[in-house]
Design a protein around this ligand. Sequence first.
Ligand code: COA
Length: 400
Amino acid sequence: MSNTQIPVGIDAIAIATTHFELPLVELAQATDVPVGKYHVGLGQVHMSVPAPDEDAVSLGADALSKLLPATGTEGVRSLFFATESSVDQSKSAGVYLHSLLDLPQNIRTVEFKEACYGGTAALQAALALVARNPEERVIVVAADVARYAVDSSGEPTQGAGAVAMMVSANPRLLEIEPTSGVYTRDINDFWRPNDSTTPYVLGHLSMDAYMDALVGAWDDYAARTGTATTDLARFVHHQPFGKMARKAHRRLMEHAGDTRGDEVIEAGLLYGRDIGNTYTAALYIGLSSLLANEEEDLTGQRLGLFSYGSGAVAEFFVGSPVAGYRDRLRETGADRLAVEAMLGARVSLSFPLYRALHAAVRKDSEDYETPAETKGPFRFAGVKDRVRIYTPTGQAGAGA
Ligand code: COA
């Protein structure tokens, strides 16, 4: 019973993104849309675009390679990989990371899926395992390529990236409280059938479903804990695009009778604005953005975290930064300067090149090789005998 008293949470976090990016002004000009719709209407400025030799596995491996020098692997007995950009229907993407990062053999490796909520499912499972065996640690990787059909309303919200987190007892970054508010409702707002590389999306329905889920998860959380929104200093809401988080926040504040506005979410929106949607990773990239960019010292303050996955599943939970959390971010390159350097090192695409890359994505498993483009530490080299091949590039990775 006393295990619940041991603080558990995120001991360290690292972020990775792609080799390329598209300034949304390029997309706006080429498709004859006022750029204000993207910059202000959606709250997005750039989107990360994967090279042909990048995918959820290579991005996840990149993030994990930044994490491990700061954490080591002692006591790690589980690796959870969350994604909705899965590369195989059977094998966990995490198993590729296990060999690429040369992890110890006595580890359970599993993939989690429930749209953008999958990262939180993996994190909560990790927290529960650590609470039960506090000497163990769990690696959680959330990685996605958010790829929508061209000329769809979701196209400007695309993006790609990954986070890797070490979950442990007595964490050095963020302690996470044991009680959550949870929510499930069967709704077809966004889904991707097995034969499609892009999702089917009812965009406006998904926005309503997201906000209903926020209220539902919050009410469950408040009923179970007696917490008021005013007890929470900042919020990070899942961010498929920045405006979604702003709308959701307004809805929650109205619902709770809290008069605070965007000042309590602003710092968490900065990284996502220039990366785009990263599905399972988006909430945690937002968390990193808040921790790195908020002027005020957040040590010991309670932060509200909201995770949403279409379909739909949601969770509201609370974490508190630990003393020295900014130093901890620096150890994994998740501080502001290092992330800015990583984002600035991406190669900007023109609209025709971006569309050519979009069209070149393959979903078959015939033999092929990919051109060597990524500057990340690992690359997807192609398919041989129906097996996906991942190899080290010998490079440390941009911003690492
Ligand atoms: N300058 C400033 N703002 C502008 C503008 C301009 N020139 N033109 C339009 N806008 C604003 C609109 O007023 C709107 O803001 P509001 O919602 O605050 O009123 C915003 O830009 C978006 O316009 P809208 O017409 O609603 O966009 P859309 O229908 O083309 O696409 C989504 C919006 C969300 C449907 C689309 O991005 C999508 O499908 N995304 C993927 C699904 C998703 O992420 N869902 C979220 C929950 S998971």
